[in-house]
Structures are given as C-alpha cells and as structure tokens.
Design a protein around this ligand. Structure first.
Ligand SMILES: C[S@@+](CC[C@H](N)C(=O)[O-])C[C@H]1O[C@@H](n2cnc3c(N)ncnc32)[C@H](O)[C@@H]1O
Length: 283
C-alpha cells in the first residue's frame, strides 16, 4: 500500500468515527430530552418540550417574531459606532471603547435565545425578571413569547443607560413592551424585589462572578413562587461562575436542574426533597 493510500484510509476511518460519535451524541441528547418530557414533574416536562422545539427548530407561529428580532440583531451587528459617543457624560460598567457591534456580540446566540423563547412559551410566566438587558436581544425573545402567550410582563435591569436606550429602540421597532430598571444590580435589585409581585421567571445574565451570582439569586429568592424558573447564563464563563453553578446545581431549593453547558435552567421549590431531576445536555 502506498503512503497516499494509507493516508486516505486513515482519513476515511477518522471521518467515520467522527460521524458515529456525532450520531451517538445526538441520540444521547434526544434521550435526555425525552426523559425530561416523561418526568413526573410538570415543569420538567415543559422544559423538555421547550428544548425539543429548540432542537427541532419547530418555530411555528414564533417564526415571524424570530425573523424580526434577528433582523434587529443584524442591524446592530453591522453598527460600528461606539456605545458611548465621545463626550457622553453617561456610561455603564463596560461601555468605554466598545462598539454597538461588540455589545451586540455578547447577546445570547439565536439558538440559546430560541430556548429562552420556548421556555417562556411553555411555562407562560406572569412576571419575568432579567438581569442584564444589554442591547435588548434576549428580552425581545422573552417578551415576544409573552405576547404570543397572551400573558406575562417582562422587567429587565441594566447598568448602562446607553445600552438600555439601544434596547429601547429595538423594543420600539418590534412593538414590544419591556419595562426597564436602570442602575447597578447592587442598587436596583433589592428595592425592586421588595415591591414587585411574585416572580415566576428569572434570567440572571450579567455580572458573571461567583459571589454576585449567589447574591442575586439570594435577593430574588424571597419573591419566587414554587415552580419558578431561574436561569443562570454563562455558567462556564469563568472559574468563579463554574464554582457558583456547581453549588447552585446541588442546591436542594432547586427540584429540577438542567445544565445546557452555556447556561443552567433550574426549577425552584419551596419544599426541598431528595427527589430531584438533574440532567446535562447540549442543544
Ligand atoms: C451578557 S450582557 C446581557 C445580554 C442580554 N441578556 C442578551 O442576551 O441579549 C450583560 C449586561 O449586564 C450589564 N451589567 C453587568 N454587570 C452589571 C451590574 N453589576 N449592574 C447592572 N448591569 C450590569 C452589562 O452592562 C451588560 O449589558
């Protein structure tokens, strides 16, 4: 056998191994989604259905919203002007020298945002709270799901008035109502939670560090209803985030934990028990 033939055979074999591995991973993920759908817990079932729709790209009546939101994303992703124009007195914690294009780049990806959208569609929360508005992409996915559900109100918090204004433009273009609370979470979260109605959907997507993540969860906990969904983004973004996530994922106050690799989906319970669902999968 010539050297070329040996190399060809080796390439053929490794591509067959890669495709077998991909098939096996796909089947494993499908099996885990099915297990969620069959779980005894109705919220776990709803999470499973939302992940199934995300995986199958089963957009249905969400399609026009997804297309419009993605058009807004594309508009911002092409904008190379600065979030903080020269001479601007206003600023957020991460605005210096950042372009709108770069800010837009830290938004949830289309696939992850779709999962958010379908989770909201399946669970139909009354009041959602997002920490970290940025330029308004994930909030548009959440608010559009609420619109389609015919119920639900979204409040989003942001430390940068400049990013919040960009998000306002996105929400106006999409004709979505999203309430904004401006200021650092350390100043705005506790007073907001004090006065808000019970929360059944919380998405923590800002200030990705160990202690702040645990503190923000502690701040919202007293207003969470039994069965509330709490999502933590970027759980493997840093050593601190992974440590926070490792602790949260073992916390008996969560009766269901779904580790989606980039973010974690948890179901809060007021009656902790040993009987918990814990699944890890990549959609
Ligand atoms: C990752 S981005 C949010 C992305 C957005 N959820 C999306 O997917 O479209 C995080 C946002 O949180 C804001 N932020 C970070 N730390 C903050 C803090 N301590 N207080 C208020 N806002 C903060 C940042 O300005 C940034 O806009």
């Amino acid at each position: 056998m010539t050297l070329t033939e040996i190399v060809d055979q080796w390439a053929l074999r490794s591509s067959a191994i890669r495709s077998t591995k991909a098939t096996w991973l796909r089947m494993r993920t499908d099996g885990r989604i099915d297990a969620l759908i069959r779980a005894a817990d109705p919220v776990a079932q709803a999470i499973g259905r939302a992940l199934r729709r995300t995986r199958d790209r089963d957009l249905g009546d969400s399609r026009p919203w997804v297309e419009r939101i993605e058009a807004e994303r594309a508009r911002l992703a092409a904008d190379t002007s600065l979030v903080k124009p020269p001479g601007s007195a206003e600023s957020g914690p991460y605005d210096d020298g950042v372009t709108i294009q770069q800010a837009c780049g830290v938004s949830k990806t289309k696939r992850d945002a779709l999962a958010l959208h379908f989770l909201v569609r399946e669970l139909a929360p009354n009041l959602g709270l997002e920490l970290g508005t940025n330029v308004g992409i994930s909030s548009s996915y959440i608010a559009s799901a609420m619109r389609l559900n015919g119920r639900g109100r979204l409040v989003t918090m942001e430390g940068s008035p400049l990013r919040a204004r960009i998000a306002d433009g996105v929400h106006q273009n999409l004709d979505l109502r999203v309430e904004k609370v401006l200021g650092l979470f350390t100043q705005t979260l506790a007073p907001y939670v004090e006065r808000c109605e019970p929360l059944d959907f919380v998405f923590i997507d800002g200030h990705h560090q160990y202690q702040p993540t645990l503190d923000y969860f502690a701040a919202v906990e007293r207003k969470l209803v039994d069965g509330a969904l709490v999502l933590f983004d970027d759980i493997r973004w840093s050593e601190g985030m992974l440590r926070a996530w490792t602790e949260l994922a073992r916390d008996p106050r969560f009766r269901v934990v779904v580790d989606l690799d980039r973010y974690g989906v948890c179901v809060f319970t007021r009656a902790p028990s040993r009987d918990r669902v814990h699944v890890r999968l990549k959609i």
